[in-house]
Each structure stands twice: as structure tokens, then as C-alpha cells.
Design a binder for this molecule. Sequence first.
Ligand code: NAI
Ligand SMILES: N[C@@H](CC=O)C(=O)O
Length: 811
Amino acid sequence: MKILKFGGTSVGSADNIRRVKDIIQNQNNRVVIVVSALGGITDRLIKAATLAAEGDGQYASEVKQIVEIHQDSIKSLFSDEQKQQEVFDMVAPEFDELNSITKGVFLIRELSRKSLESISGIGERLSSKIIASFLNAKWFDSRKYIKTYVEYGRSQVDLEATNKLLLEVVPKLDKISLFPGFISSNKKGDNTTLGRGGSDYTASLLAASFDADMLEIWTDVNGFMTADPKVISRAYCIEHLSYAEAMELSHFGAKVIYPPTILPAYQKKIPITIKNTFNPETPGTLIDGQKETPKPRQIKGISSIKNVSLLTVHGMGMVGVSGISMRLFASLAAEEINVILISQASSENSISIVIESDQSEKARKAIEKEFKRELDDRHISGIVIDDQMAVVAIVGENMKHTTGMSGLLFNSVGKNGVNVYAIAQGASELNISFVIKERDIKKALNVIHESFFLSDYSRLNLFLVGKGTVGSKLLNKIAAQSEKLMNENRLKIRLIGLAGRKGMLLNNEGMDASTAIENLEKESIPGTVEDFRDRIIDMNLANSVFVDCSASGEVAAIYQSLLDANVSVVTANKIASSSSYSTYKKLKDTAREKGIRFFFETNVGAGLPIIAPINDLVRSGDKIVRLEAVLSGTLNYIVNTLSEDKPLSEVIIEAKEKGFSEPDPRVDLSGTDVVRKSLILARESGYNLEEADVQVEPFVPQEYLDLPSLEEFMRKVKELDAPFEERRQKALKEGKRLRYGARLTSEGKAVVGLMEVDRTHPFYDLEGSNNIVLIWSEHYFEHPMQIKGYGAGADVTAAGVFADIIKVANV
Ligand SMILES: NC(=O)C1=CN([C@@H]2O[C@H](COP(=O)(O)OP(=O)(O)OC[C@H]3O[C@@H](n4cnc5c(N)ncnc54)[C@H](O)[C@@H]3O)[C@@H](O)[C@H]2O)C=CC1
Ligand SMILES: N[C@@H](CC=O)C(=O)O
């Protein structure tokens, strides 16, 4: 025999009830059906009762609508008029009772527990009669068999009496029998109910007493999901759970099954299957006591509860005093306050509990009353309530004796800046629960889900500033490479935000990188770069990466607050890392302490790997003693391209057009760009260098750089065409070439300027816009390590930025 329970949505309309009929007709064995009220009816009944008690005449129209909903269902399900009338007559007593009790409540303006239980159970009485007629099932009144008593203000099932009465029903069961869920009665025969969701419990009680082979809970989801699918779009259905796992998951917010349902089925070893009425072919979730082969994942699901408060009682006077916990929990129980989680440090200095938020003030008062003396004597120093909190729990029987579970859990949430306020883990190791701020719930669920279930791919959420030469190329690369990265590296890169000077575009679900610039121009939200930062922090997405492809100091100024908020930073912009040493150090330290990334490989040599090898040398214990380099793609291009026919003023424009120079080429021509790069190289090599430690000779004389505008500079710079050609010719005659070089010495000083090198020098053959870096260290002392190649250009730089982004994901 099978017990099938159909919830409110499954019987929410005539069409849905027809689906139920199809499901029943496909059953081979005897079935016992349990139904909830038609979808939404119980809430409406409670609303009608409450309005009546408040003396609001609207209750009558609520009742009228409830009656009409059922009348419409009857009309829609039964085409035969005579049959229709028969069913109307059958439910008439329920309609009469509903009218008379609500009227009584309205007249005396009082809603007793007894009246409320009677009214709220009418929905199941109505639905069960209608559906039993439609299915030609034998109808049983659950109130006769399921008996309750009151304990701690709640109805409890009298299991012994219920089982005895239900056993007497067994011989009377038909091929198809039907019971209303949720309703019961007490010893005196008064109507009672089993609590919201109680229809599942009815079904489980029947399954246990009838010794059913299977209990099927038919609902509107495919089964237990690995996490709330409204939060985690990639959550998937769990095929198998043990009874204990199902109990834990349903307790912690997965509203698939009413938690008390599991116990009767578990005690009789009756398997439970969760099935979807709207997708009956899917296997659903099987809950039973069988061992799984092959060995399942350690974690089966993640669940969460919102709208809770964390209440902490603390004080030195609690240490070593017995009976404190007993008094605390007794005072809460007396006020019918349900404690969701308990955490106490072994120092006994504080006890933290989680309760529903709407009970927090009641809890405070109860505790203040119970511990008045201790509070007056300052043995208890305070009761602190943190509102807007959430509890997240990971559940799985195979966590037992598996090391590293909490490590992985707290590492993944911690790296994403989610603060954990309290932790609870039972010795059964079935569940690790922890308390966080409610606003962090989405982020926490995402990172945990990714860490435990979907390690088959990682996800990065990108926020890009700058859509110029480098930024636009980067977007092209993201668009072109996304599919490959997903297939080959299991990395999904989602562009969530793009900002330009005038505004920003944001999309929580990610946007198409190939059309993002176009869309930004069409539909940007106005805002500054600080507004963009605030939106990023507010969105609070896991694995967020801020990418800076601007050349702006304003943008560099927001890195610290982003890193503080656990957002990794990847930047082509050199301003932050070449500003004061303390700024640079703080940014690096923050990233390290928070376990996130601050990458800026393209700051020196564009796409060339220079910073990473230097980091490797330093980390492996080597000491860098000297650096010599050509670090400007623009200036190297200029000195290599200058000729009789190509004067300086023309080549400057060419370098800009080719994407080598800074947005303002004077940053290159002044030597500033090389100074910035030298500072970064020196700092990464272990030297605490400030800008004042760099001696710089600008590429063009200072008086030209001091001109008030770029236009004026470009006009005047023509005056330098002849002197530069002269200098080039002179060097050529001596068998030399011009190079703009940088040198760092072991004394921690740097020199940047124009030099002439002969053919024996490693800089001599440096072509086009190439860069070269020579590194002398304790290990590379005779022959320096040499890194050489394209040192500027949009493509190589965008590729370098992209490589840094991928490195953030650690794939
Ligand atoms: N071109 C190259 O070879 C290399 C460039 N870089 C760096 O890449 C960065 C970008 O260079 P390009 O793409 O050539 O510059 P670009 O001028 O073409 O693009 C910069 C973009 O940033 C935007 N922007 C500037 N200030 C902004 C602000 N406050 N808020 C929002 N957006 C802002 C601009 O509107 C522009 O779209 C620079 O920092 C440069 O030093 C680094 C290595 C090599
Ligand atoms: N303007 C820079 C570009 C890279 O940082 C250069 O010319 O090298």
C-alpha cells in the first residue's frame, strides 16, 4: 500500500486536481490519499477569522469568496448537474459551519483557540470531500482517528490513541481511500489541527499505522534541492537523503516537507519520496535508511533561515555557575519562544541563541525577569540582540569523521567577507550551522554551493571601469574566450558592471561583453566612480573582481574600500601601486589578510610576465640586487622610429595611434610612466622606494611639459624635431642607439633617463615598442635573468589583464 499526499498547489485548481487523478490512475496498488486545502484557502480562512474577531464586516465577503472558490471547483470538475448537486449537498455542512462560527466570532469579537482550529481546518474538510468524489475514493474523516492533546501551548498527537484508532480503519480501506490532512480532534471531540504543513504529518501517521510500503509527498518542486533555487539558480535536486538529513534540511528552511513527518516514517522504516505533481516523470528525492553506493558527497544540501535574531547573554558571573542554561531556556519555554540555534563558548562567559525576530523583545523581557538579580548585581552584564540575521546550515551524514569540512566552509565564506557571528555543530557531525547577517545570505549560499557542489566550475563576477583602448579590447577577449574558458577551464566569467566617465551599467545576471559598450552608451545610469563602488559593495556578490582599465587617480582611490569589502582588484592603471609606499603596502596587505587578490602584472611591461617572476624569486628566498630596464613602449617606439623623414612630433602621434602611449602622452614623455614602473618594480623586488628616491631626466625638456594644454604641447613640440634628429644622428655616427632606460641599485635608488648604448649592450637590439628587464640577484649574479618582448599595446595589455582575472579564480 502507498500513501500519497497532495499539497495545496497540487490541488489548487480544477486542472491540477485532474493531474492528481492521472497520477492516481497510474497506481497499481491500493492507495491512501491525503489532501491539503485548495491552495491559499487556509490563509483566507485565518484572515476571515481574524477580521471577524476585529469586528471588521469584511470577514463576510472573505467567507463568501471561500465558498465561491469551492463552488467553482465543483462546477468545473463535475459536468453532470446531478453529481454537482450531490457534491454541493455534501459540502453544505462545512459552508454552514464556516458561516456560523465566523458570525459568532464577529458578534462576540473574540477568537478562541477552539474556534480558530475549527475554522482553519474547514479547508481540508472541503477539499477532501470534493476530491474524494472526483476520484471515486472512499472518504474518511481524519478527525475521528487522529487525536491530539495540548502541551506547551501546542497540539501534540496522542500517538498511542491515534495508532489504535487507525489500525481499526485498515479493514475498511478501499482500493482508493482519501483522508483530509491537517485536521484532528481532542479527547472531548473538539476540532484541532496539526500545525501549518500538518497534512504531511497526517500522511506519515497513516503510513506508519497502515504499514505502508511507501509514502509519497506530491508537491510543486522536484524534490529537495541542494539549496534554495530562488537564491542559487544552479541548485539541483538531491536524489537521495537519509531520514536524518531530510529532517535537518527541512528544519533549516527547506520547506519541502513538514519536519515532524519524518519521524513516524523513520520509526517504521517506510521510504518517503518527494515528487512533483507538475513533473511526475522526474524521480524526485528518495528518503530512506539505505546506505548509498557509491559513497555520496559529504554535504547533501545547504539550507537557511531568515528573519531571525541573535540574542547573546554575557557576563563574567555566569562562569562556573550551574543552572544558568536551565533557567535561560526554561524562561524562554514559558513564553513559547522557539530556540533555533544555541552556541556557548567553553569559557561559559556568554550564551548565544537564535530566535525568530518577532520574538526577540519578548525573549529579552523573559530573560531580564528571570535574571533580574544577576543583572542588578552585574554578574550578567548584558543582553545583546542582533536583528536581521540569518542561519545557514550545511547538512550531510558523510561529514562524520571527515576532516576539513569546517575549514572549507569557513574559508570560502571568510574569503568573501562574510562575517560569522556564531557557530553550532552537533557531535553527530550531521549539520554545521552558523549565523551571519541576513544581507550576506545570497553571497554565503553561492560560495558554499560553489565550494561543495559545483566545484566542477568556478564563477567570477566582473566590474570594469574604462572602456578605452585597453578596456574595449578586454571586453572583446572576454566575449571571445568565455565559452572556451567554461569548457576547458570550468570558469564562468560574468560581466556584472561596466562604468565609464559619465555613468554605469549593471546587471545582476551578467551582460553580454560584446555589446556592453554599446549598451552603456544607450542606457547608462548616471553616477560617479564612488557610486559604482557603492553599488558593487551593495550587490555583495561572491567572487567579485573589480577591473581598472582607466588611467585615473580617482579610480585608483577606490581600491582600498573595495578590498576592504572583499572585492579583488585587477588593474592596468599604475597610479595606486606607484603612489606612496604606505598606500601600496596597505593595498597588498589588505588583499593578503582577506585572502583575496590585488593583481597589477600589466603595470610593468604590459602583457610581459615581469612582476610574477620577480615575486617568485623573492618568495623563494633570492635577493634582487640590481635591475636595468627599458620600460616605456612609447619611448622605445619613438627612438626606434625617428628618422630623417619621421620627426619626433609625428612619431609621438603615431605612438598614441598605435595604442602604446598613455591617454595623455606627456605622461610617457615626462618619464613619469617609467618612474611609476620603476617604483613598482623596486617595491615588488623588496625595496621601500618613494618617488623622491627616483632621479629622473624627462625625455623632452621640462619647459615643454609645463605648457598649459596638450594642444599647445603638441604644437610646440615640433621645435624639438631638429634637436632630436641631431642627437640621433650623432649617436648613429658613434655606432650607438638612443634608449630611455631605468636602473635600480642595491642602495635602493633609481635613475631614469635617456642614454646611448653601443652594440655590446643588451638594449641595443631592442626593436619597436619592446621592453626589456635585466634582473641581477644572488642566484642570477653573473648573467642576469632577461625578460623581453612587446611592452605596450592594447592587445598584449588586455591579454595581461585577462590573465590576471583568470588568476584570481585560481584555475
Ligand atoms: N596601452 C598600453 O600599452 C598599456 C596601458 N596600460 C594602462 O591601461 C590603462 C588604460 O589605458 P588606455 O586604455 O590606453 O586608456 P584610454 O584613455 O583609452 O581608456 C581609459 C578609459 O577610462 C575611462 N576613464 C578615465 N577616468 C575615468 C573615471 N574617473 N571613471 C570612469 N572611467 C574613466 C576613460 O573614459 C576611458 O574610456 C592606463 O592606466 C594605462 O597606463 C598598462 C599597460 C600597457
Ligand atoms: N604608455 C605605456 C604603456 C604601458 O604601460 C608605455 O608606453 O609603455
